[in-house]
Design a protein around this ligand. Structure first.
Ligand SMILES: Cc1ncc(COP(=O)(O)O)c(C=O)c1O
Length: 381
């Protein structure tokens, strides 16, 4: 049996909605299905405003534009993330200031943020690794003290909560991914930008629509639209929004399946953690996961390699996770060296991301469990 790292999960709804969208007279962004998906999101999660975008990458670019990231502005973010997080600010001339991660959550270490703030700092850009929220309230406290904007990269954490509040509802800006590898898949690619700054919402509409005030024409305020702002095309096609709506309406069922995967992995790895052989994330009371992913930090990179290669031999796909950005070719161009962030480098050399998708609950979970148990026994006895 082949177990992939990710596999899109399809419910009974997407096909019906996508066909309906195809036969409608409107396929472009912010049409009937986009509006329904937005209403659903605002109704369920109480976001002030959410813009559906072609990806999380473009949502963060739109957020950086909205935050006026300009050449020379410094942005504090973890190095342990995807290139999209950093590119969102680099394309506008922003300078990344990489911060260490916490070795239990792999999210930004909030105790190390303040020492990185200078007169040029404009934004803090944390991520929610594997669906576990960063310490967003402490980050907001720091940001408010220093008058900074927080954009939370919630690519992986849609549907989770921090202290009872939905991920994305606390910072100034938050970006979700609805890519096929995420819990909610808009049909391959998709994203959303939450704007929790009421005074910026109209500007965001203009930026999403190529810098025009087309929104005012749609709202019947003006008869012709014109170029009023900087902007680009940050719209999700209505055909993909139809797919997203189908998934959103089945979110609870998808989550229940993903929870079963999490539980099986805790079953496999907890004894090894208790014996001090490896590390796994222990759930914290104030954080409600969306069961996006499961990762293991091995004691040595050699044991990681053994685990990965034994599973790969039998077609169970496990993955190393992110390569730190600070020691990547672009990070080095920004003046960083691998030694600058010891914890990030050490964790990145030992972490493994396990196969994780809703459909595993129906097929493949037991097979994966048995084989992982076998390999762990071979490694640790
Ligand atoms: C932390 C993080 N940010 C951003 C992205 C990019 O998301 P998208 O593919 O929707 O642009 C990813 C993709 O996995 C991610 O892990």
């Amino acid at each position: 049996m082949k177990i992939l790292l990710n596999k899109p999960y399809i419910t009974s709804k997407e096909e019906k909605y996508i066909v309906e969208a195809l036969h409608s007279a409107r396929h472009s962004g912010n049409n009937a299905f986009g509006k329904k998906a937005i209403d659903h999101l605002k109704g369920k999660y109480g976001f002030s405003e959410i813009f559906l975008t072609p990806s999380c990458t473009s949502a963060m670019e739109m957020g950086a534009l909205l935050a006026n990231i300009s050449p020379g502005d410094e942005v504090i973010l973890p190095s342990y993330t995807f290139s999209s997080t950093v590119n969102a600010i680099v394309i506008f001339g922003g300078k990344p200031v990489f911060c260490e991660i916490d070795s239990e959550t792999l999210n930004i270490d909030v105790t190390k943020i303040e020492e990185l703030i200078t007169s040029k700092t404009k934004m803090i850009l944390p991520i929610d690794y594997a669906g576990i929220s960063c310490e967003i309230d402490a980050i907001m406290d720091i940001a408010n003290k220093h008058n900074l904007i927080v954009m939370q990269d919630c690519a992986q954490s849609f549907g989770g909560f921090f202290k009872g509040k939905p991920n994305g509802s606390i910072p100034h800006l938050a970006a979700f991914s609805f890519h096929e590898t995420k819990n909610m898949n808009a049909g391959g690619e998709g994203g959303g930008l939450v704007v929790n700054m009421p005074e910026q919402i109209q500007r965001a509409y203009f930026m999403q629509e190529k810098g025009t005030d087309r929104r005012l024409v749609l709202d019947g305020v003006k008869s012709k639209y014109s170029w009023v702002e900087k902007g680009s095309s940050y719209l999700l096609s209505d055909i993909l929004a139809a797919g997203l709506l189908g998934q959103l309406e089945c979110e609870d069922d998808i989550l229940a399946k993903r929870k079963q995967v999490t539980e099986v992995y805790y079953d496999v790895f907890t004894d090894y953690k208790n014996a001090g052989k490896l590390n796994i994330y222990i759930p914290q009371k104030h954080i409600q996961t969306n069961h996006h992913a499961f990762w293991v930090v091995f004691d040595t990179s050699e044991n990681r390699t053994k685990f990965m290669s034994r599973l790969r031999e039998i077609d169970i796909h496990v993955y190393i996770g992110y390569l730190p950005l600070h020691s990547s070719p672009m990070g080095i161009k920004f003046g960083y060296k691998a030694e600058d962030l010891h914890i990030t480098e050490s964790i990145a050399s030992r972490v493994v991301r396990l196969p994780f998708y809703a459909g595993m609950a129906d097929e493949g979970l037991e097979y994966t469990k048995v084989n992982m148990q076998k390999v762990l026994k071979e490694i640790y006895g």
